[in-house]
Design a protein around this ligand. Sequence first.
Ligand code: MLT
Length: 389
Amino acid sequence: MRINENFNKLRQNYLFAEVNNRVKAYEAGGKKAIRLGIGDVTLPLPQAVLDALHKATDEMGHSDTFKGYAEYEGYGFLRRAIAENDYNGRGIDIGYEEVYVSDGAKSDTANITDLFAADNAVAICDPVYPVYNDTNVLNGREIVLMPCSETNGFLPEIPDKKVDIIYLCFPNNPTGQTAPKEYLQNWVDYANKTNALLLFDSAYEAYVREEGVPRSIFELEGARTCAIEFRSFSKTAGFTGVRCAYTVIPKELTFGGFNVGQLWSRRLATKFNGVAYIIQRGAQAVYSDLGKAQIAKNIDYYMNNAKLIREALNKLGLPTYGGKNAPYIWFKSSRPSWDTFDTFLNDAGVVTTPGVGFGACGENYIRMTSFGSLENTMEAIERLASVKI
Ligand code: MLT
């Protein structure tokens, strides 16, 4: 027996595990840090979701409403609610059977790689959400990095080398930047022309405020023949601890005679027994009138935090990126990211995320999230003002 030695090619710790280790060491002395590092929500679940969860839990206690194994691709009631509200209601033609419910966009963006041959070249941004890189490194695929910097507005250019799979995430994690329509259209055209696949992570689409900023890759002409989209209830509706997400695979998406949706269904049936009925009922409630109103309020709350963070950093003379259509604020400090991270943690008791943890091009940058409470966000801002950055 031999271990998958590609593990040697990964950093020893997953980024957020390393952040946690340092926070634990800081708190070991009895101090409590303010967490604006990992993008984890703090507001409790919306009441509409809670009510649906309770109701579904009660159903599980009666033999006539009890449910065993869930459907692999998700229950029709949730798949329909997603297609109607997130797509059809916004003028995008997606059928409910093209929606596949899962336990998270993190798992889906990683698990989707089961479908692809090992010799595909995979393009990812630098900096990037580490999951796209790490899973493909583990599978032994060639990674083509696409540098993102102030110079290109954090919008990666199409690589010179032919690539087969491209991960894009907009609104972006970690930079918080969004991509204009014409820019995304170039990627769709490139993918269609070169027989490449776009993996589009739009987990943060609910944070888009500005008119005209695309929220879905399927707003672009031609995307149905080259793209898969990943979305999540985590950041939209506070499901980070509940777990529910979905992936959209258009029926037309085929490569080498294989239908990608059918392959994904086959994979789900082989390795997954579906998301719990109770959780899917909770997710369905996100689309009720009450659910929509409560979620909008929570997102407003986080976006107000984002504004406060941006303004405070700008006042300190630090230009910021993101935070306008995304819950992440990205800014440059004059020192290596981990040094700044340690200073923020040890001198101010504020947890951030070091940009270099997302890739070499993230060096010197820091990411802050707006997912804290208003009180903690204000306290963190005040403390950071007195720290040497
Ligand atoms: C992040 O902080 O980048 C995200 O919360 C991580 C995740 O969604 O897995």
